[in-house]
Design a protein around this ligand. Sequence first.
Ligand code: F3S
Length: 71
Amino acid sequence: MSIKVNEELCIGCGACVSLCPDVFKMNEAGKSEVINPASAEATAGKEENAACAKNAAESCPVQAIEVHPVK
Ligand code: F3S
């Protein structure tokens, strides 16, 4: 699973951070970022975080979150 936030699209609404505080955080620019991109796979490997990230992706008003299964 790979989780990415497109900062160009993110408007900082915060829905993802509220839904998945273990996966997303707000950065200094007021945009969401994946807490540990280097280990996003490991993070998302936890079932609940993967489900949560998908939920956040669907809840994001600007579709800034990409969740992809890694082959
Ligand atoms: Fe940004 Fe969407 Fe999260 S706008 S703060 S990525 S819910």
